[in-house]
Design a protein around this ligand. Structure first.
Ligand SMILES: [Zn+2]
Ligand SMILES: [Zn+2]
Length: 606
């Protein structure tokens, strides 16, 4: 019975993958996990058929990177343990990968370890390593080598173009100039990067830029020429080449098919070293204090082969951020024929849940709403219908999976709550965190139900900071926009919640997320606070990026607090986030990051 529904999902999923109907060009970035366009693109470009992982560079071996018996003691620190009592200490002793003791100097003397290495923290603040509970690893890895020309780096389109021109000037002949994160809704200047604009960057090298949403890309005349796209090239109706009045392609590529038709001619796509690129993402995460992150749609870009990449990474001594991952429901039949279970892996890399995407994104007008969007008649899209969602949850729970379900609109959240409730009524899922991803629009009755059932939201707090104005003025109107990311209301009801970046939607940055949740200020309108009553304390926000995120990622038994027996995953900060102006929390310097008793990042050695 269920199999029939499994099969029914596939055409719907692929239709979504190629559809641009719900999109207008000025739509802002939806969540990557609800943007199956990325998988259509990769498929069109044959990236899922690329070099086998065995051919990737020797990742090395994790053997011999620890000296298990050695003890090191961090002294003169302001240790915020994030334990039940939010207690503080001045010293932490570690042995090998694990925490041995936490306390003051006297406690350390009791260890009778005269040969211990002493690490003087000079009064700096030491916290558990930060946890990013929701991002998209291989999409980030794929794009890591592309130039970020997005709004967080360039306020204007021309600033972005100038940077691409610099790159073109130093590029070899025929080398593709690749950009990412372009977002006309947040960057001043023209809304479209036409080939005429990109020809100003170069006429001899192909130039190719992804929109932040991944629903669009832009290329110059040379790229169109290399790809053989002309006036006579037919359009796929769901994924066209935009054209000028004469029918000539204007360089704007809409949807995965059109994007892939050009992108696949970039020879660098074939030789991409995913392992090396992934390790570059790992390194960047360390520089932000992150010691564990969770991929929330494994299989979306390269199918089951992604597990080979993860297994290679697990063996690498350079894998200095722990990885947890949720399998994407989008390729469920392939997972069902693959030997993998919830919990497979180890403390470095582990499969921890099953990801379902129940609707689209609010800023893309595809989040499923109870009422129509502002100035519109449509209510968004159910990626999975309510009754199918119920069956899916029961089916996966019966197969031993924990769940993370994406829901942005208020109707989608109704559906997810109904599906969880139905599973609980059958005695399922009682001993595992049940996550709702983004959980963006919450009415009071939602919060009551979430509290009652012990469910747990993870908020994409950039919805408030980056897209707050768009949500208020274009998507929902003021009163519904105030229901976004209700951290304080959840806190008051004793609900455990977390914050995430959803990179590549917004960049990873746990301290920036904390600042956004504490201040709820809006970018480019910094005097306005979106729903001041939802501002949260710094302590609660810190808990959300450490212990509660560890719990959501099924890892609170090993990380998330500084307590004996857990892994020695720390971040050392220049200042205590509770003691700075909340508007400066995101700028606090990460001095060091430690993972499993190893220093994996130091601001000194950059
Ligand atoms: Zn999502
Ligand atoms: Zn996502």
């Amino acid at each position: 019975m269920f199999k029939e529904r499994d099969n029914a999902l596939t055409p719907e999923f692929h239709e979504l993958a190629t559809s641009t109907q719900a999109l207008k060009h000025d739509d802002t970035a939806p969540c990557t996990c609800c943007s199956p366009v990325f998988s259509a693109l990769v498929h069109e470009a044959n990236w899922d058929d690329m070099t086998s992982p065995e051919a990737w560079r020797e990742a090395g071996s994790r053997r011999d990177i620890y000296t298990p018996a050695a003890i090191a003691i961090f002294v003169n620190a302001k240790v915020i343990t994030m334990d039940d009592d939010f207690s503080e200490a001045s010293c932490v002793a570690i042995q090998g990968e694990k925490i041995l003791a936490v306390g003051d100097r006297e406690d350390m003397e009791k260890l009778e370890a005269p040969d211990a290495e002493i690490i003087d923290c000079e009064g700096k603040t030491l916290l558990p390593g930060f946890i990013e509970p929701h991002f998209h690893f291989l999409p980030c890895s794929t794009m890591e080598a592309f130039e970020n020309v997005g709004p967080f780096r360039f306020e204007t389109v021309h600033g972005a173009l100038d940077r691409l021109q610099e790159l073109a000037e130093s590029a070899g002949p025929d080398e593709w100039i690749m950009g990412r994160q372009f977002d006309p809704s947040l960057q001043q200047g023209p809304d479209l990067l036409t080939r005429q604009l990109l020809d100003q960057v170069s006429t001899s090298n192909p130039v190719f830029v992804y929109n932040a949403s991944m629903h669009f890309a832009y290329c110059n005349s040379r790229a169109l020429e290399v790809a053989g796209i002309t006036k006579d090239t037919p359009d796929n109706p769901n994924s066209p080449f935009y054209r000028d009045d004469n029918g000539e392609p204007n360089g704007v590529l809409a949807g995965g098919i059109a994007i892939g038709a050009v992108a696949k001619h970039n020879p660098a796509g074939k030789t991409l070293d995913l392992v090396a690129n992934s390790l570059a993402v790992v390194k960047r995460a360390n520089s932000l204090g992150i010691t564990l992150f969770c991929d929330q749609a494994t299989g979306m870009t390269r199918g089951v082969k992604e597990i080979d990449v993860y297994n290679t990474l697990a063996q690498s001594p350079d894998m200095t951020t722990r990885l947890r991952y949720s399998l994407s429901y989008g390729i469920q039949e392939r997972w069902d024929n693959y030997d993998i279970s919830c919990g497979d892996g180890n403390h470095v890399v582990r499969c921890t849940s099953w990801k379902i995407v129940s609707d689209g994104s609010n800023q893309g007008f595809s989040g499923l709403q109870r009422e129509p969007y502002l100035y519109r008649e449509d209510k968004g899209i159910p990626y999975v219908e309510a009754d199918i969602l119920k069956d899916m949850v029961v089916d996966r729970a019966n197969r031993g999976w924990a769940l993370a379900i994406h829901a942005n609109g208020d109707q989608a959240i109704d559906n997810v709550l109904d599906a969880y409730e139905n599973a609980f009524d059958q005695g399922l899922l009682t001993n595992t965190p049940c996550r709702i991803e983004h959980c963006s629009i919450l009415h009071d009755e939602h919060i009551e139900r979430i509290a009652k059932m012990g469910l747990s939201p993870s908020f994409l707090i950039g919805h408030v900071y980056y897209w707050g104005q768009a949500m208020r003025d274009k998507v929902f109107g003021h009163s519904k926009a105030c229901l976004l990311d209700r951290t304080a209301a959840c806190e008051e009801k004793g609900i455990r919640w977390t914050l995430h970046s959803d990179e590549p939607v917004t960049e990873m940055g746990p301290l920036r997320c904390v600042e956004n949740a504490v201040t709820r200020k809006m970018w480019k309108e910094p005097e306005t606070i979106l729903a001041a009553e939802e501002c949260i304390s710094v302590e609660a926000a810190l808990r959300s990026i450490t212990r509660d995120a560890a719990w959501q990622c099924h890892s609170d038994h090993e990380v998330g607090t500084i307590e004996p027996g857990k892994f020695a995953d720390f971040v050392v900060l220049e200042t205590d986030p509770r003691e700075v102006d909340p508007n400066d929390i995101g700028n606090i310097q990460v001095l060091e990051t430690w993972m499993g008793g190893r220093r994996v990042y130091s601001s000194q050695s950059r």
